[in-house]
Design a protein around this ligand. Structure first.
Ligand code: SF4
Length: 723
């Protein structure tokens, strides 16, 4: 651990611990100020990579969670409808016994593990290993299934790996930036809006593809305010136009890609005018966008959850990739097709084996060569490794059918984050044995039989892989308040599952050392990274195969990571939504982030400053739509979908399409409305398209603030918790 010192107001020396904000994937660097009583505050880490000490309000208050009065400090076990404190040994015994009993009676696959994108790489690795070797279940997945899997599947198929290909600082060399379905103002408020300002100041252009106009969009930007669900059609139209106008990168296509001829033939049939009608975007705007994009090699694409969280999510991303490939926008300065990872360690979370189809270091669980390598490095046989299991939503659905009976949930809050929440509560109730590891009592913990208090970001060391694919270190600032950290909990469970020999780790660095060895030669190679190298540098980008290797900030300069070394085009067409808008439900609900809150709010909703900014869900409605629905200012609105009804506050937003509504997903009122429709390839839920109707809420209806259990902080005391 590296220590520097500062002086507090009363002149007592404070230790400054370098770490990174625990919320989004930018991982803004910060110093935690540690005094005799623990964390006393935070200060700027001005030399931190990319963000140089800047923080949004969430990052400024993140340290307040560490000593928060709501922290779970002692293990809890269910006694009827109450939770009672107990010893670690008793809680761990009950946790493990439940899973072992289920495995004996119903088979190993009747247990499942769901985890979160906030975990350090070390914990991700251990979660996957514990599921495969300890529980011997194929059913392990994480909440990145809700955000990054469409991007991941599309990039892996086209390029061979899924990682941001061009570092964000390269925006300084971009002439055109295309931002697709990403609200940079709310989701990435630090660094990205400023980098876009730099592009504009240099005379570059920003093109935004989004049904909603967010604050980062400026008057001179070209905003393609497309109809929700028409992303593939829009990008096909742009591709058809660049081909038609000879703006493609012929040499690049010939030397470095496969499959262009097929795409090119298909695009000849494409009618831009018809596409413009379908997308509800002026045809001239599409032509202007195609001209801007195709007239320079220095175009960067930043795609977020807008095109991805749909039933055609993978195809939407492939359509973006097709356009970028055709124009040669990869593999160099100022150009790249970049996914914007959302959660803190959403990138590392999809590298280290907590997905149902994946082994550590980006290896495939169905690839026999990959299985053999991991088995050999784990000291087991390949036959010991389960095959592909169920994804997140499929695990919950299997629980509802009583095909899965035991669930270990680690820092994931399905009772807010998963689609179709009315079903999720029923599915969770159907489980025989639920064990939750979390620093705070979450809505999902209401269903637990055993709750093991987890670790906050300041109480552990480890590594995180940022939005860019940069591996950075976090350092422990204070000891874990509950007395043991998450790695110890996982090891304690492994001991009880009879696989202690595979979990002989005392420190996160020891786990990382094993991970490096397991990753050597794999698709995601960390072998050359060490904790001290990570601290001495601005972090290291994978692949980094040897100690002397400088890391790889820019991917694909000479070859792609596919077997043939070439990038792959794939023809795609728009996938219609399973439940399109109709006379009965004529509006499209889209969901996303509120700047002040994070994911299910289990941390940020406990922090007063964040709640002062955003304390409840507010539906955004175009003023014309509000008038047509006879909504009344300062009164509530009722939203009805095919699976649920919610009553919330609303506000007019003229920057939305009139046929589109927006609701932040941090409160259960949102996902209660979203059906569990999944992309068939990657199984991401279609959070961005729900057909709904709105009407004024009947007088006397309870609003979101008054609904029981709304505030997670109100659910928990440290003594006994009544469900
Ligand atoms: Fe940075 Fe994201 Fe944390 Fe805000 S929430 S400080 S943008 S890492």
């Amino acid at each position: 651990m590296e220590h520097t010192q500062s002086v507090s107001e009363n002149a007592a020396p404070l230790e400054l611990i370098k770490t990174h904000c625990p919320y989004c994937a930018l991982n803004c660097g910060l110093h935690l100020e540690v005094g005799a009583d623990g964390i006393e505050g935070r200060s700027k880490w001005k030399e931190s990579p990319l963000t140089e000490g800047a923080l949004c309000s969430k990052g400024m208050t993140a340290h307040e969670q560490v000593h928060h009065e709501d922290r779970l400090l002692r293990p809890l076990v269910r006694e009827g409808s109450d939770f009672t404190e107990t010893t670690w040994d008793e809680a761990l015994d009950r946790a493990a016994d439940g899973f072992l009993r289920i495995a004996r009676t119903n088979g190993a696959a009747a247990n499942a593990v769901l985890s979160g994108g906030s975990l350090t790489n070390e914990k991700v690795y251990l979660v996957g290993k514990l599921a495969r070797l300890g529980l011997r279940t194929p059913n392990v997945d994480y909440n990145g299934r809700f955000c990054m899997t469409a991007a991941g599947a599309a990039h892996s198929a086209a390029f061979g790996v899924d990682r941001m290909m061009t570092p964000l600082a390269e925006l300084e060399n971009a002439e055109v930036v295309v931002v697709i379905g990403a609200n940079l103002s709310a989701a990435f408020p630090v660094a990205l809006p400023k980098l876009l300002d730099g592009v504009r100041k240099r005379g570059g252009r920003v093109i935004v593809v989004d049904p909603r106009r967010s604050r980062f969009v400026k008057p001179d930007d070209l905003h393609l305010q497309l109809r929700p669900g028409s992303d593939t059609t829009l990008f096909n139209a742009l591709l058809a136009d660049v081909i038609h106008n000879g703006l493609i990168a012929g040499e690049f296509i010939r030397d470095r890609t496969n499959g262009f001829d097929l795409i090119s033939r298909a695009m000849r049939m494409f009618d831009l005018e018809a596409a413009a009608l379908d997308c509800d975007v002026p045809a001239d705007d599409l032509r202007e966008a195609a001209r801007l994009i195709g007239s320079t090699r220095q175009t960067m694409y930043l795609h977020g959850r807008g095109p991805e969280q749909q039933v055609g999510g993978v195809d939407n991303v492939r359509a973006i990739i097709n356009l970028g490939l055709a124009c040669g926008h990869v593999g160099g300065p100022g150009r790249g097709i970049n996914m914007l990872t959302g959660q803190r360690n959403g990138q590392g979370g999809r590298e280290w084996g907590q997905r149902c189809n994946q082994l550590p270091a980006g290896r495939s669980i169905e690839n026999d060569e990959h299985r053999a390598v991991v088995a050999e490095r784990w000291g087991v046989t390949a036959a010991d490794l389960p095959r592909t299991g169920l994804t997140y939503v499929e695990i919950l659905e299997a629980a509802g059918r009583r095909e899965i009976n035991g669930l270990l949930a680690i820092c994931t809050n399905m009772s807010v984050s998963a689609p179709d929440l009315n079903q999720v509560d029923a599915q969770m109730r159907a489980l025989d044995h639920v064990v939750v590891i979390d620093p705070f009592f979450s809505r999902s913990a209401r269903h637990a039989d055993v709750i093991l208090p987890g670790t906050t970001f300041a109480e552990e060391s480890g590594t995180i892989t940022t939005i860019e694919g940069r591996v950075v270190r976090i350092d422990q600032a204070v000891p874990p308040a509950p007395g043991r950290d998450d790695i110890e909990i996982l090891r304690n469970l492994a001991e009880r599952f009879g696989v202690a020999q595979h979990f002989e780790f005392e420190t996160p660095e020891q786990v990382f050392t094993e991970m490096r060895a397991v990753s050597a030669g794999g698709p995601v190679d960390y072998a050359g990274m060490t904790y001290s190298r990570l601290r001495q540098s601005d972090g290291l980008f994978w692949p980094c195969p040897t100690i002397g290797h400088a890391g790889t900030p820019q991917l694909f300069t000479k070859r792609f990571a596919t077997e043939d070394g070439r990038a792959h085009f794939a023809p795609v067409l728009e996938t219609p939504p399973p439940e399109p808008i109709s006379d009965h439900r004529p509006l499209v609900l889209t969901t996303g982030r509120e700047l002040a809150q994070y994911l299910s709010g289990n941390q940020t909703m406990r922090i007063p400053a964040q709640n002062r900014i955003a304390s409840r869900p507010v539906l955004e409605v175009h003023p014309d739509t509000a008038t047509a629905a006879r909504l009344v200012e300062d009164e509530l609105v009722r939203i009805t979908s095919s699976v649920g009804t919610s009553t919330v506050a609303w506000r007019a937003n003229p920057d939305l399409r009139p046929d589109t509504l927006f609701l932040p997903y941090h409160w259960p009122e949102c996902n209660r409305l979203v059906a569990a429709h999944l992309d068939p390839i990657c199984k991401i839920p279609a959070f961005k398209y729900t057909a709904v109707a709105i009407q004024p809420a009947p007088a006397g209806t309870l609003g979101a603030n008054e609904l029981a259990g709304q505030d997670p902080a109100s659910v928990h005391t440290n003594e006994t918790i009544r469900t």
